[in-house]
Design a protein around this ligand. Structure first.
Ligand SMILES: [Zn+2]
Length: 100
C-alpha cells in the first residue's frame, strides 16, 4: 500500500514544520490545551511538561504544523504512534484485534 501514500518528506519541510510546532506550543491556544493536560489519544491527565504536541499526519509524512494537525499527546502515546498516519494506526489496531 506504500505506493499510494507519501512515505518521504524533504528535510527542509521537516525542519520548517518542527520549528513551527515549537513556536505554536507557546501560543495561548496550545498553552491552554497543555494546561488542561489531557492526552488526545488515551484521555488521561498529565502535567504540561509530560505532554508533547503531536502531528496527526506526521511531519515526516508530509504533515504540517497547523492547529488542525496538532494535538496534545502524552509521551507514551506519541512514541507508540511513531510515524504512522491515522489510517495506518487504525489498520494496525484492527489487525491486533483480529478484525482484519
Ligand atoms: Zn496518552
Amino acid at each position: 500500500m506504500d505506493e499510494f501514500i507519501q512515505t518521504t518528506a524533504d528535510e527542509a519541510h521537516i525542519k520548517r514544520e518542527r520549528a513551527k510546532a515549537r513556536e505554536l506550543r507557546k501560543t495561548p491556544y496550545f498553552r491552554d490545551l497543555l494546561k488542561k493536560g489531557i492526552c488526545h489519544y488515551c484521555g488521561k491527565h498529565f502535567p504540561p511538561e509530560e505532554l508533547t504536541l503531536d502531528h496527526i499526519i506526521p511531519v515526516a509524512r508530509g504533515g504540517k504544523s497547523t492547529k488542525g494537525n496538532l494535538v496534545v499527546s502524552c509521551r507514551r502515546c506519541n512514541q507508540g504512534k511513531s510515524c504512522q498516519t491515522p489510517v495506518e494506526q487504525l489498520l494496525d489496531e484492527l489487525e491486533k484485534n483480529g478484525t482484519l
